[in-house]
Each structure stands twice: as structure tokens, then as C-alpha cells.
Design a protein. Sequence first.
Length: 367
Amino acid sequence: MSKTIYLDAPNVGKLEKQYLNKAIDTGYVSTIGPFVPEFEEKFANYLGIKKAVSTQSGTAAIHMALYELGIGPGDEVIVPALTFIATVNPVLYVGAKPVFADVDINTWNISPDEIEKKVTKRTKAIIPVHLYGNPCEMDVIMKIAKKHHLFVIEDATESLGATYKEKYTGTFGDLGCFSFNGNKIITTGGGGMIVGNKTRRLDHIKFLVNQARDDSTNYYHSEVGFNYRMTNIEAALGLAQLSRLPDLLMKKKTLFKIYQEKFRGIEHLHFQKTHVNSQSSYWLICIMFEDKRVNVAKLQEGLKKESIPSRRVFMPLTEFAPYRNYRQSDLKNSYYIFYNSLCLPSSTINSLTSISKVCKVIKGIIK
């Protein structure tokens, strides 16, 4: 077994090769082939939802969700300030205005109280993000959305397999979006998925991602479409990965338990807190230190010297040039988490011994 420690490397092997070889042997390697509809159907069945439509990325999925719901110029979309930039870029793609809400200091997810403060007459949608696999407080968010007649687009790109009150993330809102980038829990190399229970809406998205091409005619396009299709070879990889998902999720949980046990008793070190009856997917396992107790940048440098990879928590989006002018209020929790937190090795190809080593090194540095 390799002694290399991995942050978020994919877990692929013999089964994935078998599926890929099937795609290659049939000649279906592009956007036509049997594995795409099979992957979509099995993904929907796993989530217990009516329909899933594959896309070229999680970003494309969020873009198509906003587009399909008619969100555009003059509309506002509430998003958390602490997330990957791909959550908010599609808001600008459709010409809408992002409104940044602060996150909860314990869960690191968008705060329902902050959502309420941000709602205006122009608000059209909320994009809750299940950050690092940790489920948002979806029942409260859905009540807010119902009260103000808002759409909910779940950014579940990091939380496949996570549950909130025994229901999978991505299945609460009007539409749910997933990512299969190489660093996600399951991967198709790239790729994403949109899911929902209104089949006519999803059928239209399926039509749009295929350049709005009417398959019953010879290249007739009745609307402006998008080239957001998943390839058959990507779907082949996805099918292999999906069949292994329960084991991958169990490994993630095991890694978290090791971190939790090894760091027990360190008062100034905290993990993301999950809501009651929630189960994180632990896509990335992160720790936060009480302010000024530990210099996170120096900790990261120390880990690097020991060949242990780590990553800073996402920088608040209002720090980036395209979004600086959108900062409307104090985002103290988002900044606190960013300055005092670190993402640790979480790849399922890591051995349990490797994770124990990471813990030992961290304890030695912060001692």
C-alpha cells in the first residue's frame, strides 16, 4: 500500500476499468450511448426521486436549474458567503444578483436567520449549500421559501449520500444539483446531475442540455440550448462508482471517527457540527481552532514538511474581485471560519494508519 497521504484523490480501480472498457468496446464514448440513461435512472432511484438529468459539471447543473426556473435580470438569489465560487458564478450567468448571507458558526452552513434578513421583493431563490457534505437545516429553509414564495436550488455537489432527517440532501428543494468532479465522493472525471420530482421540468432541462435539439427531426432546434451533456464514457465510470457508494461513504465515516477520537480532549479544536438526525457525507473533514490559539497557515506549513496535504477552508466569496461590490453586511462567521479552519486528508484511498499519522503530526505541531 502506498505511503502517500491524499487530500481528496479519487478511489478508482478494476471495476471502473471494466465499465470503461465496455464503453470503449461498443464505440459509444461521446454523448450517445446506453450508460447515460442508465446512470441517470440508477442515480434517481438511489435518491428516491422521480428524475435525474446528467450534465457536464456541477456548475452546469446549477446554471441549468436557475435558467429553467426563469431566474434572470432584476432577480436576487440568496447564497452563503462561505462556499466554492461555482455556487454563485451561475447566478451571474443568468444575469441575476447574488445576495450573500452569513453562515452558522457551528455547522458552517447558511444561517436561516440570515436568509430571513436578506429577503426582499426581488428575491427569487435560495441556494443552500451542504458545505463539505454537512446537511443544511432544510426544514427551516423550506419554510422560509414557502413563506416568501421562493425557489430552492440545493447545492448538494459535496454531499452525495448525506441525509437530513432520513432524507437525502438534494431532494428537498425544487431542484438539487450534484458534482462528480475528480475530487468528489464518486467521480465521472467531470460531470454533474440535476434532480427533482417535477418530471416535465426535468424533461425540459434534458432537452436544453442537448442544444435544445428535437430528436424527432433532423437537427431542429426550437430554443436556445446548451452543450451540457454527459458523455457515455463518463457515465460508465459513474455507474461503477455509484455501485461502490455505500462502501465509500462508510470509509469516509470511519476516517472521521479516527479524527474525532484522536482529537478528543483538545478543547480549542472543533469539527463542523451536524444537526440532530443528520448524517454528513464527510466529503472533506475539517477542523476549526478558537481564534488566536493556532496559526492555521503555520500549521499547514508544518503539515507540508511532513508530506501531508491540506487545504484552507473556502475564502468568503466577497473577497473575490467579481463579488466585492456585493458585500452588504457583516459576514463575521464566514471570515472567522476561513481564518481559523483547515481541511484535512479525506480521500477514501488513505489507510487508517495514515490518518492516525496525520493526527499525531497535528497534535505535535499545535502542542
